[in-house]
Design a protein around this ligand. Sequence first.
Ligand SMILES: Nc1nc2c(ncn2[C@@H]2O[C@H](COP(=O)(O)OP(=O)(O)OP(=O)(O)O)[C@@H](O)[C@H]2O)c(=O)[nH]1
Ligand SMILES: [Mg+2]
Length: 348
Amino acid sequence: MSAFVDHAQIEVHSGKGGAGCVSFRREKYVPRGGPDGGDGGRGGDVVFRASTHHRTLLDYRYQTAFHAGNGRPGSGNNRHGKNGRHVMIPVPRGTLIINAETQEIIADLMEHGQSITVVTGGRGGKGNAHFKTATHQTPRFAQPGEAGQTMKLDLELKLIADVGLVGFPNAGKSTLVSTVSNARPKIADYPFTTLIPNLGVVKRASDREFVIADIPGIIEGSHDGKGLGDQFLRHIERTAVILLLVDVSDMADPDPTTAVPLLMNELKKYKDSLELRITAVVATKIDAMTSDYTHRLETLRHQAEAAGLACFEISAVTQRNTEIVMQYLERIVCKTSAEDDADSIERA
Ligand SMILES: Nc1nc2c(ncn2[C@@H]2O[C@H](COP(=O)(O)OP(=O)(O)OP(=O)(O)O)[C@@H](O)[C@H]2O)c(=O)[nH]1
Ligand SMILES: [Mg+2]
């Protein structure tokens, strides 16, 4: 399935080299001083680096041009021009960098910290001091700086979900994804509205972001092919966190108190230890729960507690507590990335 490729097209420019300088020594008691024009500085490079702090290519839909700095010209007294500033572009791990014109793959940055220079800055021109020879004592020329390079690039990333939402059909998974992320899945009041998974990017005020996956509803027997869910469980095999979404509204069907054991069992049967990724239960649609039905929510809370899971109560429609759940997810997902960092430092 290629539906989850995140893509951006950008243009990168390395810096021009600074011009060499034409200059002659002028000192009070040294008539006809020799040439002393310094070299120009090197232009800056454009470098890509993989980082676990970046999860998507979303930023590069907005900023699409990157310019490294130009080298400064040399000056008299053999002064070298300053080198241009390099530009470092952070990308998520798993980003393919492709030459947009030839479609050649330039790099596949897999490991945190791995980097590649895609366009290098132009060399600085030599100052006239370099061109003095026995027969030519006063060169009145210097080298210009070398031009920078420009390249159009396609960036491609296979999105890997950080958070998976699992629940019965109609539990409100797509609605939650649509309120917290950039995804706009179809939402409707019948089971199996979602036929293929939706991935949404949740962008946080801290500038961190993570990917949330809404998969089709799970029913009893999903693990051996009933319904739709099993084809898609593989999309959440690699997520750091799985949330169980349970409708607790008055209309909820089946009874919300059956959800946790049943969903845990389906995950476990699909793949052993997958149920260990479940970290929390999220009771949904609390805006549509009246006091006659609070006992079901109470039971659900106890079930979550007994299973060692956190428990949240939300309404995606009124957005009650959705921010709290996102804060919770941000904390866990970012903790996982910090562990990745520690890993790569150890291995380095
Ligand atoms: N009152 C209320 N209704 C909600 C809430 N969240 C979702 N719904 C409604 O519940 C129905 C199902 O929502 P979806 O988000 O499509 O549910 P889903 O879990 O993605 O369903 P499937 O894709 O079929 O598995 C829709 O009619 C939604 O409008 C909520 O917080 N409050
Ligand atoms: Mg849905």
